[in-house]
Design a protein around this ligand. Structure first.
Ligand SMILES: NC(=O)C1=CN([C@@H]2O[C@H](COP(=O)(O)OP(=O)(O)OC[C@H]3O[C@@H](n4cnc5c(N)ncnc54)[C@H](OP(=O)(O)O)[C@@H]3O)[C@@H](O)[C@H]2O)C=CC1
Ligand SMILES: CC(=O)N[C@@H](CCC(=O)OP(=O)(O)O)C(=O)O
Length: 401
């Protein structure tokens, strides 16, 4: 996992130029990867013909947890990707079903039948997106062929500190050795490490909205490390597709509810990232809320500025930090970010406001939880890991209204 030094080049480090894709190399690699099988262990994967889809693109993608919301979102994004093709998809309860029957909106794509993880043949893919619930992922990923590039969307590999993981997630870490090679996938901040990574831990959706504005400000010493207060809101799709009483329409509509007050598991992830860049322990007060909407996430962040710093300085720092970034947009002063304006897209919009109380500022940051907060950022990361332009498959505009 990367350290503070990895945060040192926030600006000007992403490649805008079209990197030449070595198709021949990729094809050669595919042949090599074809000979890998999972190592024998208590959890073994059957090597069988699980895909009926003939690959027509360069990179064959395996999708673990394809029958969930983030899995479906990756399939939607890959429809416009010229190089990545889903050739293997897994499900749990829905194993054996066609993707079309689980997600009719994806029926236009040629997709393989959903298989259970134990029946999946990982020797037939080049890279994997893992969209499984946290707590189920470590054991599965540690048995995958080591040649595979993997982006894990779950929280299982995000925390460097094993004791901290076990404390916040309430279970033993089952892949301690693997944890050491993990790179945290906050793309705009850690791009250089992601380029070299084999296994990327994709950030949580709340931590993405929070770290993107705060990392450049902490790095430039413009805000204090103390008294950072975050009031965050999420659409219900953030909770996944699994049936839960608390997520019934009658429980969600016409009201909002706070949850995880003082103990949400994203707190250590946020504090890890902010402390790395501040090079001292940063603590935050973080309260998430469930909103009566399907997609979208907003973090409203209250900070104390360093002595002599004005909100214009915060705004200018964010503008400079992200001026070359496609997916992070710092809005003009006074313009309020809205989840509507990023819906269905990989964009993050942010803005800074002076608080009425002298010395304080209010930062607002919005994303689509399923795109920049999950599947979009995951695709951005895999593009980078495989040497493709990072915007590939991600440049569609937000869906408004
Ligand atoms: N939703 C969001 O906005 C975000 C989600 N994430 C993270 O991404 C991951 C996926 O989230 P999401 O798509 O919303 O979740 P869903 O609940 O919608 O989907 C979970 C998927 O995992 C499968 N699955 C469940 N249990 C097991 C198991 N024991 N073994 C194998 N497969 C299993 C399910 O199969 P089946 O349906 O067939 O039972 C389904 O395909 C989670 O870790 C989540 O926390 C991260 C950022 C944002
Ligand atoms: C609305 C809702 O329930 N949201 C989820 C966050 C989704 C996410 O980022 O979860 P991971 O850390 O598991 O990837 C939650 O609060 O747990």
């Amino acid at each position: 996992m990367s350290t503070a030094s990895a945060f040192s080049s926030i600006q000007g480090c992403w490649f805008k130029g079209e990197r030449k894709i070595r198709v021949a190399d990729k094809r050669a690699k595919r042949l090599t990867l074809g000979s890998h099988v999972a190592s024998p262990s208590s959890m073994s994967f059957r090597v069988s013909a699980s895909s009926s889809v003939k690959p027509e693109k360069d990179i064959r993608i395996g999708l673990l947890g394809a029958s969930g919301y983030t899995g479906a979102e990756i399939v939607r994004l890959l429809a416009n990707h010229p190089h990545f093709q889903v050739t293997l998809m897994t499900a749990d309860r829905k194993a054996g079903q066609s993707m079309e029957s689980v997600f009719p909106h994806l029926r236009a794509q040629k997709l393989p039948t959903l298989v259970s993880v134990k029946d999946a043949d990982f020797s037939t893919v080049d890279a994997v997106f893992c969209c499984l619930p946290h707590g189920t992922t470590q054991e599965i990923i540690k048995e995958l062929p080591t040649a595979l590039k993997i982006v894990d969307l779950s929280a299982d590999f995000r925390l460097r500190n094993i004791a901290e993981y076990e404390e916040w997630y309430g279970q033993p870490h089952k892949a301690v050795e693997l944890q050491k090679e993990v790179v945290y996938g906050l793309t705009e901040i850690l791009r250089e490490d992601i380029k070299k990574a084999r296994l990327v831990a994709n950030p949580g959706c709340y931590p993405t909205t929070i770290q993107l504005p705060l990392v450049p400000l902490l790095k430039a010493n413009l805000i204090k490390h103390e008294n950072i207060i975050i009031d965050a809101k999420s659409g219900v799709s953030g909770a996944g597709r699994g049936a839960k009483e608390a997520n019934l329409y009658s429980e969600i509509a016409e009201g909002i509810s706070s949850y995880g007050v003082t103990r949400h598991r994203h707190v250590p992830e946020i504090e890890q990232g902010l402390s790395d860049v501040a090079q001292s322990k940063v603590t935050v007060s973080f309260t998430p809320h469930l909103m009566p909407m399907i997609r979208g996430m907003q973090s409203t962040i209250y900070v104390e500025m360093a002595p002599g710093v004005r909100t214009e300085d915060l705004h200018q720092q964010l503008k400079t930090s992200y001026e070359d970034e496609e997916f992070v947009k710092v809005l003009d002063e006074g313009v309020v970010p809205r989840t509507h304006n990023v819906r269905g897209s990989n964009y993050c919009h942010m803005s800074v406001f002076p608080d009425r109380i002298p010395g304080r500022a209010i930062i607002i940051s919005v994303i689509d939880n399923l795109v920049k907060g999950a599947s979009g950022q995951a695709l951005q990361n895999l593009n980078i890991m495989l040497g493709y332009p990072e915007t590939t498959g991600l440049l569609h505009q937000p869906l408004f209204p």
